[in-house]
Ligand binder design. Structure first.
Ligand SMILES: *Cc1c(COP(=O)(O)O)cnc(C)c1O
Length: 372
């Protein structure tokens, strides 16, 4: 029988698409190497584990899984609206914020249009853009000797916008670099961008940032109706497995996203867990405190080993190890440590290490000392 060449049947855009590379799951490394002790610091997950309050609400609702979830997420939206001082009509829930980023791309992009994002920015922006056949325009990162050479250059991004640009993706803080920009920069960017261009500010690490100059992009929604802010419960709220995120926008944009959204894109347990997590202030405070300590622990230890991490506003650090990072990553795997090489982001000598618990960080530091 003739062998089918299905790739030719896929759309031209999909033929060229590179899939997202996730952090290696612990179970996979266990299968491959039969290791006893494995520490995963590769997906910016919360090292505290599931909060007891979330565990309780999930256990208490296991009997309801025969029912479809509330497709409008009424209770979670109400809780978010109250906490964030927005109208429920401005909220779009997603199966992770990744889902919302995808909805935005499907709503606003098509083959003849472009989306602008920065060099070293989050890998989902090019994927969501290309998946709908649109063109991704990579804008150069900052320049000069400072750490901003890894961060977004919003002026350069302005310059990358053309008549074909319908979307701009901005991550603040950015993953994988941990860089961020301040209030003034966001304000002048939003002022300068045409109101016909949708600006997405991805705030996946919003909860971790305490600097008074860090802009809460949602406070600009009224002034700039072309703005969309995305957030997630996967990181600081510790619900990565459940997949729940959201966007804040004008009600008009939320209505458009809702037309594309799968009717039941967020499952019942995720809705309940997110609502519970939102009100679990102790968990969030503990998360932030331990993260600050972990960033410091990892930064100091790496500096002692001669490496200088990019100052990070998130729950991970990104560090130039002065040589190709993929082989070092392989060596770390053999020692039971999973981190993330970021060569696919154009940073071949950098490793991204998620902040773990104190013991997990120590395990990594020891493994690293034996290699690099
Ligand atoms: C982790 C991450 C997300 C999405 O995470 P979800 O689990 O899909 O909510 C979005 N943006 C950035 C920059 C991230 O690092």
């Amino acid at each position: 029988m003739e062998k089918n060449n299905f790739i030719q049947l896929a759309t031209p855009a999909i033929q060229k698409l590179q899939p997202y590379l996730p952090g290696k799951p612990i179970s996979e490394l266990e299968r491959e190497l039969g290791l006893q002790e494995i520490v995963k610091l590769a997906s910016n997950e919360n090292p505290l584990g599931t909060s007891p309050k979330v565990q309780t609400v999930i256990r208490d609702n296991l009997g309801e899984l025969t029912r479809y979830p509330d497709g409008n997420g009424f209770e979670l939206k109400r809780a978010l609206a109250e906490k964030l001082d927005v109208d429920t009509a401005q909220i779009t829930l997603g199966n992770g914020s990744n889902d919302v980023l995808d909805l935005i791309a499907r709503t606003f992009l098509s083959a003849e249009l472009e989306a602008v994002f920065s060099e070293y920015a989050f890998a989902v922006y090019p994927i969501s853009t290309q998946a709908v056949g649109a063109k991704g325009i990579v804008s150069p990162a900052g320049s000069g000797g400072s750490w901003m050479r890894y961060g977004h250059d919003l002026d350069a991004m302005l310059g990358s916008i053309s008549e074909k640009t319908r979307l701009v993706f901005i991550a603040n803080p950015n993953n994988p670099t941990g860089t961020w920009f301040g209030r003034e920069q966001l304000e002048s960017f939003l002022d300068a961008v045409s109101s016909q261009v949708i600006v997405v500010v991805d705030e996946a690490y919003f909860e971790y940032v305490d600097d008074p100059n860090y802009p809460d992009a949602s406070s600009y929604l009224e002034q700039y109706p072309n703005l969309i802010v995305t957030r997630t419960f996967s990181k600081a709220y510790g619900l990565a497995a459940l997949r729940v995120g959201y966007s804040l926008s004008s009600a008009e944009i939320a209505d458009l996203l809702n037309r594309v959204r799968q009717p039941f894109n967020v499952n019942s347990l995720a809705l309940l867990a997110a609502e519970t997590a939102l009100n679990d202030r102790a968990y969030l405070e503990k998360t932030k405190k331990e993260n600050r300590q972990g960033v410091q622990q990892l930064t100091e230890a790496l500096q002692q080993q001669g490496f200088y991490p990019i100052p990070s506003a998130g729950n991970f650090i990104c560090v130039d190890i002065g040589k190709p990072a993929i082989p070092v990553h392989e060596e770390l795997l053999k020692k039971g440590v999973i981190v993330r090489p970021v060569a696919n982001y154009g940073l071949p000598n950098h490793l991204r290490i998620s902040v773990g618990s104190k013991n997990e960080n120590t395990f990594f530091i020891k493994a690293m000392a034996g290699i690099a």
